[in-house]
Design a protein. Sequence first.
Length: 370
Amino acid sequence: MPTTIRAEHVGSLLRPGELLAARAAHRRGEVSGERLAELEDQAATAAVKLQQDAGMQVFTDGEVRRDDFMASVVETVGGLAPAEESSARPRWIRDSDGAELDGDVPSVAITAPLYRRTPLSLAEARWLSANTPGPYKITMASPTMVAGFWRPGVSDDVYPTRRDAVAALAGIYRQDIADLLDTGVSWLQLDSLAYWANIDPEAARMRRVTDLEGHLSHIIDTDNGLIRSARSRRPGMTVAMHFCRGNMRSAWSARGGYEPIAERVFGEVEVDRFLLEYDTERSGGFEPLRFVPPAKTVVLGLVSSKVAELESVDSLRRRIDEASQYLPLEQLALSPQCGFASTSQGNLLTVDEQRRKLELVAETARLVWG
């Protein structure tokens, strides 16, 4: 079935204002956990209906239970503590008004051995298995993302190197994934920004990555270790990977095409589907798709989740035609370039504008693939 699914979205959807207010009140002790859970279920139900009405073919709960896409680490793994802003923190730029933003994701650091708490994704999976009208997927930040929480002078007493910290988190993820598969999950999506250093020299400088090939090998090996672990437990499952260049309040943080990583990543990372950001010139051209093997699908992120302006069906069809010069049409699909709310405050769109974007994806997919 996954190979025939042509209309997809990355995962997160805009949270209702009532839910955001309740979550803030819960932190202050003014709203009970039970009431917050009720509102989360209501928001997830609305998210599924939105996807179904728009014509989506695979579902999420909109990630409405999360503060941001990194919740699979920050909210469910112990050993992290609030930290001062890092000098290596990325900058965020919004094209629509030229604003340069501060990140609204809380700054944390590894201060103790990482350990497993109740995984949020397990609660999501149990709800989705009972409440979706079709296939659903669970999205998780790749464990390579924890490298950003390793701080010299703070974390090295616990883990001597960043790679030691990543290995520890990967071990926790293997337990989480095993439990997810036991609940019936058959579609997993890893979200990773760790490849930034290999496509954007500024990101490499900011993250102090000097051995680019070694860095790339480590990321690929880490992700493949999880994928193999999952498939050893459920051989026929679908595994996807999403790349983007940052997505927060309609801002971005990295730039660069896929060419520097294409041959190795497309050829070596053992996923079924790559969800690739392709909404602006920051992503480069389609030429790197020539390295995608025959058995893999590329989901083209051509519809922007950052701006309200609606793309046209004709412009999307032209770009799909361009991509098909490098990868056969039967190996392509369509989606927005990223989630609509990678952080809980969401991008600068309305719920109605978000719906129109999803409908556009579904409509274009029907016209192109039937």
